[in-house]
Write a protein that binds this ligand. Structure first.
Ligand code: NAP
Length: 329
């Protein structure tokens, strides 16, 4: 992985904080930081929950350089204690529900938006050098006014009213959190950089299955016989981690970065996995839909030096992990 090999070099023992450290993407960020000589403060909601945290303690260099802090995004003091003394922060934590939640305001919007503001206030208080906030393509692509056929770049924002009208609370939570984060940075002289990954897949470090991984697992298990042939934008979780470290370490990084590697339609995705693993129970009925044919570009991130791996490698490593973990039975 060229980007990961090039970053982190020459770093001393810099202290950084990763929020939601036990999650799918954050675990790979913690691993990459520990491999690159950082001292990491990881926030977790329940340090005694081994199912969510045990894997972190087993990471290389964790014994010496990883310290877990109990913190909830909505509890300012807990967040501030974890961030105190850090030079940098990777704010990854945010609710990513696998299905509809009964109370989106309390369960999604508040933790995403108020939680992000708590993190940023604590960063300002601790005089952190740079904060990298993980947003999402959910904050980009829900924009009915973007010209049809025009490649989506960092100038494209999801329309908040459209997200509300369509009751897409996840998209609304990420759009509000990211725009308020950039706004907070500008108003308070805090260096805030945001990253918007698309659908993240790849091998898991944690023992519980997160929402985006379950999408691929369900496809392999033929959980639904009928699927829509729509375009997916995919990025490997390890390439997301390297993107976060890249924008943290490159002094010239600024503003917003879309983080997308591959665009592939459901049909082609199934064909690609089938060629490697012919014997799974793939969906049999693929229906054509009126797809909006959106294309999202990561040119800005690539110009900064970001590299990503081929989709075949991501799929193979994911399936091998799922097999070994018994997730496909
Ligand atoms: N996966 C994707 O396809 C994708 C795509 C684009 C962007 N993203 C973004 O990437 C980030 C990580 O997502 P992921 O896929 O790694 O999801 P994940 O595995 O579900 O991780 C989410 C993390 O957020 C933490 N969290 C949620 N609410 C919290 C709260 N109130 N206080 C403290 N921590 C809280 C969770 O802690 P607990 O373990 O205690 O629940 C968990 O560690 C999120 O910001 C997400 O929006 C994900």
């Amino acid at each position: 992985m060229a980007a990961a090999a090039a970053i982190g070099e020459g770093k001393g023992k810099e202290r950084v904080c990763v929020t939601g450290a036990g999650g799918f993407a954050a675990s790979w960020v913690v691993k990459l930081l520990l491999n690159n000589g950082y001292i990491v403060h990881g926030t977790v909601r329940d340090p005694s929950d081994e199912s969510k945290n045990a894997h972190l303690k087993k990471l290389e260099n964790a014994l010496e350089n990883l310290q877990l802090f109990k913190a909830d995004l909505l509890d300012y003091n807990s967040v501030a204690s974890a961030i105190a003394g850090c030079e940098g922060v990777f704010h990854v934590a945010s609710p990513v529900p696998a299905s509809k939640v009964p109370n989106p305001e309390e369960e999604m919007l508040k933790p995403a938006v108020d939680g992000t503001l708590n993190v940023l206030k604590a960063c300002a208080e601790a005089k952190v050098r740079r904060v990298v906030v993980v947003s999402s393509c959910a904050a980009v692509r829900a924009n009915p006014n973007w010209p049809k056929g025009k490649i989506m770049d960092e100038n494209c924002w999801s329309d908040k009213d459209y997200c509300t009208d369509t009751e897409n609370w996840y998209r609304l939570s990420k759009t509000l959190a990211e725009s308020e984060a950039l706004d907070f940075g500008e108003k308070n002289g805090l260096d805030v950089v945001t990253i918007c990954p698309c659908l993240i897949i790849g091998p898991l470090l944690q023992s519980t299955v997160n929402a985006s991984s379950s999408l691929l697992i369900n496809l392999l298990k033929g959980a639904s016989e009928t699927v829509e042939n729509k375009a997916h934008h995919i990025v490997d979780v390890r390439d997301v981690a390297s993107a976060l470290l890249l924008v943290y370490e490159k002094p010239e990084a600024s503003g917003r970065y879309l983080c997308v590697s591959h665009r592939i339609k459901t049909c082609d995705l199934i064909d690609m996995i089938k060629r490697m693993y012919p014997n799974y129970n793939y969906p049999t009925n693929i229906v054509e839909v009126d797809d909006d044919e959106v294309t999202i570009s990561s040119e800005k991130l690539q110009k900064l030096g970001w590299k990503f791996r081929p989709l075949e490698e991501t799929l193979r490593d994911s399936v091998e992990y799922y097999k070994a973990a018994g997730l496909l039975e």
